[in-house]
Design a protein around this ligand. Structure first.
Ligand code: G16
Length: 570
């Protein structure tokens, strides 16, 4: 306790330059995130918190990533990783906030919060923790932000102040660090090269041609042009180059742009998936305007945990064709669903489900409802919500529209696939064996810990090759309704409270009624109008989402709601 008390005093809370009220840190959608210069104490304490989580799990390794993902370069933040590679339990968020906000002189309050974090484990994890006699350890990684080195050092100091081993894993994408943590705890190799090798092997196996394919369409799928990738001038630039080397020999080539190494590079600024998805424009740098019309491209975000596809305009003045997270989810769910069906009767009782958020385009929800026979699950924004929901499914495909997502296979589903493969092989039921092997290989191609742009790209590219889809993949299954997402800056965004997976606004009074009236006045049913507002958990703004059959209606509804938000949250 004395060592910790001394060390925390060396990492004091920031003071506002105007000498005003102390800054309050809140645990947002994806952890702590704000201006980098005020984050030193938070990173120190988050390091200590990750150390406490390692202690809670009997010394299994935990992790911390210093990143502000899609935010501008001046921001930074903290994402915490549990021993299973997942995000910090939501029940700990208030403890993390109490820890982050306690005064540096009040080491007792901090130690109390850390004690609580070191005790909180669910029943199954508690059993594993008791069985583990490992030396507690925390992995620390950071993205490419200039502030990252110093903040990672603060986190490393926080871990060591807890008497726990701190391992600096250097610069990595968020999903890489999640993977390293999961791998080391499950006895799998956890070097960067192992991560690439695993994903590449999954891709290679999934796309390997059998003899029929060779004679039918000789080399057809080898002729895919290089995939053009916008790396957002972030950590993906370097890391996708590493992946590229691992997959090149299997015929998958990348043309990497905005790698963060040019004189005019600027993280997430005019580039990256957040811009492309929200503004429906190609990245402003990287020469996207001179690509052939209809070229298939990918854009990732600053820490490479999101991916969205887009196709360059077919003719001048036209917008890009966007393939957002909703469309990617449908592509993946449809492929996995087909493999499950083709594996019958050897594989039974395995169902593919989908998890979305309120941002999911209504056309995707309608399509999935018809396809699955029930509406997809809808949860609040944040990977932590989607991931947990998907864990309840046999095979759970989750994606946010902004490109965060993956497919999760439950342990029972993985086992059923393995057993069915043995059975089908014994019976020499080759069509079923082929489908079952596709399900096995897909699992290898997927980062099992968390949504990952790099593994997402491999999975999508593999599916396109298996299905021999070379042309446009935009609106393959349904046509998106027009939609728009707008940011509104208000005095205090926390005055807005939402319920029903953020689809209804409970506070401030009158806002939801106003939204309903605006939609009714447009003839909601006829224009398939839908709208909601919610406070961002990563930026200081309120987000307004509107969709309808046409752009003009979306524009009018957006303007009217933005005005109401400004009025009622002033
Ligand atoms: C983070 C979360 C995502 C979320 C996004 C926007 O993304 O991980 O789940 O969709 O923020 O959240 P909000 O609308 O609350 O600002 P990232 O890529 O920035 O880590």
């Amino acid at each position: 306790a004395q060592t910790y008390a001394k060390a925390t005093r060396d990492h004091p809370l920031p003071t506002e330059s105007d000498g005003g009220a102390p800054i309050q840190f809140s645990y947002g959608t994806a952890g702590f995130r704000t201006r980098a210069e005020i984050l030193h104490s938070t990173c120190f304490r988050a390091g200590a918190l990750a150390a406490a989580r390692s202690l809670a799990h009997g010394g299994q390794t935990t992790g911390i990533v210093i990143t502000a993902s899609h935010n501008p370069a001046r921001d930074n933040g903290v994402k915490l990783v549990e021993p299973n590679g997942g995000t910090m339990p939501m029940a700990l968020e208030s403890v993390a906030e109490a820890l982050a906000n306690a005064s540096e002189a009040d080491a007792e309050a901090q130690i109390a919060a850390l004690g609580e974090a070191a005790r909180m484990v669910d029943a199954s994890a508690a059993a594993a923790a008791r069985a583990s006699d490992r030396k507690p350890r925390v992995f620390v990684a950071r993205d490419t932000r200039a502030s990252g080195r110093a903040l990672a050092d603060a986190a490393l100091a926080g871990i060591r102040a807890m008497g726990v081993e701190a391992v600096d894993r250097g610069v990595a994408t968020t999903p890489q660090l999640h993977y390293y943590v999961l791998a080391t705890n499950t006895g799998a190799p956890d070097a960067e090269a192992d991560y690439y090798a695993r994903l590449a092997a999954g891709y290679a196996a999934l796309t390997e041609k059998d003899e029929d394919d060779m004679t039918e369409t000789e080399n057809d799928t080898d002729n895919f042009p290089p995939l053009v990738i916008d790396c957002a001038d972030g950590v993906g630039g370097d890391k996708l180059a590493g992946l590229s080397e691992a997959v090149e020999s299997y015929g998958l080539r990348f043309d990497l742009r905005n790698r963060g190494n040019a004189a005019d590079s600027s993280l997430n600024d005019g580039v990256g998936s957040d811009l492309v998805q929200k503004a429906r424009t190609p990245p402003m740098r990287g020469g996207f305007e001179s690509l052939e019309p209809g070229t298939r491209c990918v854009s990732v975000d600053g820490d490479a945990d999101r991916l969205i596809y887009f196709e360059t305009p077919r003719s001048p003045g036209e917008p890009i064709a966007l393939v957002d997270g909703d469309q990617i989810a449908v592509l993946i769910a449809d492929f996995l669903g087909e493999m499950v069906r083709e594996a019958e009767p050897y594989l039974t009782d395995v169902r593919v489900g989908v998890v979305q958020t309120a941002y999911a385009n209504g056309a995707s929800t309608k399509f999935l409802t018809e396809r699955l026979g029930e509406p997809p699950a809808c949860v609040p924004t944040g990977v932590k919500h989607l991931h947990h929901k998907a864990e309840e499914m046999d095979i759970g495909v989750y994606f946010e529209s902004n490109g965060h997502g993956t497919a999760l296979f439950s342990p029972a589903a993985s086992k059923a696939i393995e057993e069915a493969t043995v059975e089908a092989l014994t019976q020499r039921a080759m069509p079923q064996v082929k489908a079952l092997l596709a399900l096995t290989h897909a699992q290898r191609c997927i980062n099992p810990a968390v949504g990952d742009a790099m593994s997402g790209i491999l999975l999508v590219e593999a599916i396109l090759r298996v299905r021999k889809i070379k042309g446009s993949i935009a609106n393959l299954y349904y046509t998106d309704l027009s939609s728009r997402q707008t940011k509104v800056v208000v005095r205090d965004r926390t005055t807005i409270k939402t319920v029903d997976a953020e689809r209804t606004c409970e506070k401030p009074p009158g806002l939801q009624e106003a939204i309903e009236k605006i939609l009714d006045d447009e003839g909601r049913e006829k224009v398939r109008g839908r709208a909601f507002v919610r406070p961002s958990g990563t930026e200081d703004c309120v987000r307004v989402y509107v969709e309808a059959t046409d752009e003009a209606t979306v524009g009018r509804v957006t303007d009217a709601i933005v005005e109401k938000v400004r009025d009622l949250c002033a």
